[in-house]
Design a binder for this molecule. Structure first.
Ligand code: ZN
Length: 75
């Protein structure tokens, strides 16, 4: 049996080496030294601030839990 299929994008948490904005909103500033969510997209990476990361992770958990619940539903 091979490894399980991953249902999430390749991503990690890293630390910003310079100040920049969050890719979700230019109003979100990521300071040098802040943690950020790094998502591999195509051959590049997208970076999101901690607030966005928490929101995206929470929404993804909800979505996966809904799918999991559907496995048990009678219809
Ligand atoms: Zn953000």
């Amino acid at each position: 049996m091979g490894r399980s299929k991953s249902l999430t994008l390749p991503m990690s948490i890293d630390v910003a080496l310079r100040r920049h904005t969050c890719q979700h909103s230019k109003k979100h500033l990521i300071a040098k030294g802040d943690r950020r969510l790094k998502i591999a997209v195509a051959r590049s990476h997208e970076h999101y601030c901690v607030a966005c990361a928490r929101k995206f992770i929470g929404e993804s958990i909800d979505h996966l839990q809904q799918l999991e619940a559907q496995l048990d539903s009678p219809s």
